[in-house]
Ligand binder design. Structure first.
Ligand code: FRU
Length: 471
């Protein structure tokens, strides 16, 4: 399987979570959990890539290497513009990374994680803070993935991090000295599993601010193995209080392959990237040279669901116009390069099928009650993991979220299929590994479908990926 073009992959070997997402020094930066020496997960480094537009990435040298505090697990980035940490020279902008140091296991096999800092004043070279760690372990082995932001109303840095079955909230005046403020959870989710990669941010709806808390949950197979749940509520700088409760957990994505998401710092819009894979079988996916990819950048917004409650929608950031090769009415043929289908169904019942000459196909259907069914059972290689024998990993069924139908967008880039239905109120991220590209498109009950085809793009490599190995 070829690499995606406009979705970030590691320069070689393994990647999982996006880390340290920030717009800084005139471009977007995405770091990523990276094992540079093997296509499987291993001692974590922070890979680094930059982009002018969130789609055309360029690899940079690896930013963070394991050290005596441990390997470098997930974390985030902020601009410390007032040099509150004192790490900068006070003249050039100061970028600070906060990440988890994952130490070796103790005698009982437990890893007591801590939080550390690194910083940069050019966006290329990164120095670790000499006083690491800045947040010691609190007694729980799974204590990780700090997401930091400046909370102006209470004039403090806030860090949310995952502490096994809850989100722990910390505050700091300077990014170095942290005080525990509160916890959200446990018992807030009916999905069992270890909480990871929290993110907390405000979004407006009808002039009112709501706070959104995202949590990735490493769950069991019955619950999808890796899912992202979101909570909507209020945040005063110290405490997150849930204001919307629903009978069913609310998932950011209804596909099988989106996990460990994070939003960008220092952007006007709230833009998210996720690890487009399932932790249950990511390492088994049939690729060579690389393993793992990030999702399309997604613009987050709030809308009112069919019951009038605020809910979270995600739509892809539009592709830059100069990446478009052709655009026009879809026919029965599809190219092997990345493409995007756009349509607004006039009749709720329709079906759409992608197929190739090897007899493999992927089918998407919507019923007259707007129940969406995505079936990848016959999409190609489905034998690489035993999890894929379970029905919930083959076929997804998603009820409508909105009272009225909306715009649909479907994209395919490499193995990554992304479906944004009804204005992004239902999103499905799904990996497919056909033995040859889907070149056929079968549509029933749909008119006015537009196909946009994109130019090929290959991610430029860093001249020396290991340039900073010794620093
Ligand atoms: C999520 C996660 C994080 C951790 C990282 C390690 O996929 O397990 O909790 O920091 O991956 O690579």
């Amino acid at each position: 399987m070829k690499r995606p073009h406009y979705r970030l992959t590691a320069w070689q070997n393994w990647t999982n979570d996006p880390n340290g997402l920030i717009y800084a020094f005139g471009r977007y930066h995405a770091f990523y959990q990276h094992h540079p020496y093997d296509r499987h997960w291993g001692p974590m480094h922070w890979g680094h890539a930059t982009s002018p537009d969130l789609y055309r990435w360029t690899q940079q040298p690896i930013a963070l290497y394991p050290d005596e505090n441990g390997t470098c697990f997930s974390g985030s980035a902020v601009f410390d513009s007032a040099n509150s940490s004192g790490l900068g020279d006070g003249e050039r902008p100061l970028l600070v990374l906060m990440y988890t140091s994952h130490p070796e296991a103790d005698a009982d096999g437990r890893h007591y994680e801590t939080q550390s800092l690194a910083w940069s004043q050019d966006g290329e070279t990164f120095k670790k803070y000499a006083g690491n760690p800045v947040i010691p372990n609190n007694g729980v082995p799974d204590f990780r993935d700090p997401k930091v932001f400046w909370h102006a109303p209470s004039a403090a840095w806030v860090c949310v991090l995952a502490a096994y079955d809850r989100v722990a909230i910390y505050r700091s005046p300077n990014l170095i000295d942290w005080t525990h403020a509160s916890d959200f959870g446990p018992g807030q989710s009916t999905i069992p599993g270890v909480w990871e990669c929290p993110d907390l941010f405000p979004l407006e709806l009808e002039g009112q601010t709501h706070w959104v808390l995202l949590v990735s949950i490493a769950s069991d197979a019955a619950h999808g193995r890796g899912v992202v749940q979101y909570f909507i509520g209020d945040f005063d700088g110290h405490l997150f209080t849930r204001s919307v409760t629903t009978a069913q957990p609310r998932l950011l994505d209804q596909g099988n392959d989106l996990y460990a998401v994070q939003t960008f710092a220092n952007t006007e819009a709230r833009i998210l990237l996720g690890w487009a894979a399932n932790p249950g079988y990511a390492g088994d996916t049939p690729t060579t040279g690389f393993c793992g990819q990030l999702s399309a950048p997604r613009l987050l917004s709030l809308y009112r669901d069919a019951n009038g409650r605020p809910a979270l929608a995600a739509r892809p950031v539009p592709m830059p116009p100069d990446t478009i090769a052709t655009t026009g009415p879809a026919t029965t043929e599809l190219p092997a390069t990345p493409w995007q289908l756009d349509f607004t169904p006039t009749d709720p019942a329709f079906s759409l099928e992608l197929y190739n000459h090897a007899g493999e196909y992927l089918s998407l259907m919507q019923s007259s009650t707007r129940l969406l069914t995505l079936d990848r059972s016959h999409s190609g290689d489905m034998s690489y993991s035993p999890l894929l024998e379970l029905p919930q990993f083959r076929r997804r069924e998603v009820a409508p979220r909105t009272a009225t139908p909306g715009h649909w967008q479907i994209t395919l880039d490499g193995p990554l299929l992304e479906i944004y239905a009804d204005d992004g109120s239902r999103v499905l991220t799904q990996l497919v590994y056909p033995s040859q590209p889907y070149t056929g498109l079968r549509l029933e009950g749909l008119t006015d479908v537009n196909l946009t085809v994109f130019h090929p793009y290959t991610i430029p490599q860093a001249a020396d990926p290991f340039l900073f190995r010794k620093s």
